[in-house]
Design a protein around this ligand. Structure first.
Ligand SMILES: Cc1cc2nc3c(=O)[nH]c(=O)nc-3n(C[C@H](O)[C@H](O)[C@H](O)COP(=O)(O)O)c2cc1C
Length: 304
């Protein structure tokens, strides 16, 4: 067994890096290029019931240490996504189908479609901070989250992951609701609700006014969320938020992440981040003689 191989709720990855939902991952071709770059798994762009255009421009603001985006969940609907999945499967790495919906019934329908298309797991987007009627608006309520997870679990036999929002003081309660409802893993974090103002135009920059902050600026928040969830739950935690280097990935793993997702770093550093991170992790495991990266999950709790 390779020193970087991990098992996340029954999904076996050759290394613990995954493409995070959204930066790329809307087409089969873009998913394939991330597979070729060495990612251990691919999370698709969040897909809904119907095609959506998303918000008007501007949808992204670049900051020194991250992005604020409000894309508005653009993308093909689930029916057209079948062909993208067919292409992406040629990458031979597990694909996790990210989905968004406004009801438990639609989440369950989308989950079944993703399973039918060959996804190894589904990731429920319960955390987008800027799409009205979706995401975080549902994901801050443990009862709503529980009903959605239960309905999805009843509809599919692949693992169900729930992606959580940091924009709540009830994060751990929501995580417990996922676990109690039978969810197989939690993913933390989605973006932090944020905005940018143009001094020149004296108005919010994003057409939607509010968006989500990602990149290195959110890493300490993501780490804290993963640390808290790992301490409270038995199911695996997948860490995401500001990971750009193998050290960032290792911080998340030591906080309790069984695997990590990478989004903004692809835009800021390029697709080479996957191999840079896995090479660094491999070297660390070898020098530390700890055998396997899985042995490092949550070690920071021993000193907490
Ligand atoms: C442009 C952009 C689009 C995103 N779209 C999605 C999405 O469709 N679904 C989702 O769950 N998260 C989405 N995210 C959030 C990321 O998956 C990730 O949770 C967040 O950006 C923090 O990770 P990062 O700092 O590595 O980007 C998006 C992020 C960005 C920057």
């Amino acid at each position: 067994m390779s020193s970087l191989q991990v098992d996340v709720a029954g999904v076996r990855l050759k290394n613990p890096t995954m493409l995070a939902s959204g930066m790329v991952g809307e087409t089969g071709g873009s998913l394939l290029s991330v597979a070729a770059a060495g990612a251990g798994a691919l999370v698709t762009k969040s897909i809904g019931m119907e095609p959506r255009n998303g918000y008007g421009n501007p949808t992204l603001v670049e900051l020194e240490d991250g992005y604020v985006n409000a894309m508005g969940l653009p993308g093909p609907g689930i029916d057209d996504f079948r062909t993208e999945m067919e292409v992406a499967k040629n990458g031979n790495v597990p694909i996790i189908g990210s989905i968004f919906a406004s009801s438990a019934k639609d989440f369950a329908l989308l989950s079944s479609k993703m399973e039918e298309y060959g996804a190894s797991a589904v990731e429920l987007n319960l955390s987008c901070p800027h799409a009205h009627g979706y995401g975080m608006e549902m994901g801050i309520d443990p009862e709503v989250v529980s009903a959605i997870v239960k309905e999805c679990k009843d509809s599919v036999s692949i693992p169900v992951f729930a992606k959580l929002t940091p924009n709540t003081h009830r994060l751990v309660e929501v995580g417990r609701a996922v676990e109690k409802a039978g969810g197989d893993a939690v993913v933390a974090i989605n973006t932090l609700k944020a905005m940018a103002i143009s001094v020149e135009f004296r108005r919010p920059v994003l057409s939607n006014r509010f968006g989500g902050l990602s990149g290195p600026a959110v890493k300490p928040v993501g780490l804290r969320c993963v640390f808290d969830l790992y301490a409270a739950l038995e199911i695996p935690v997948i860490g995401v938020g500001g990971i750009e280097t193998w050290r960032d990935a290792l911080e998340y793993i030591m906080a309790g992440a069984s695997a990590v997702q990478i989004g903004s770093a692809i835009g800021r550093r390029g697709i080479g981040v996957f191999s840079e991170i896995t090479t660094g992790l491999e070297r660390y495991v070898e020098q530390d003689r700890c055998g396997n990266i899985q042995g490092l999950v949550g070690v920071a709790h021993e000193h907490a």
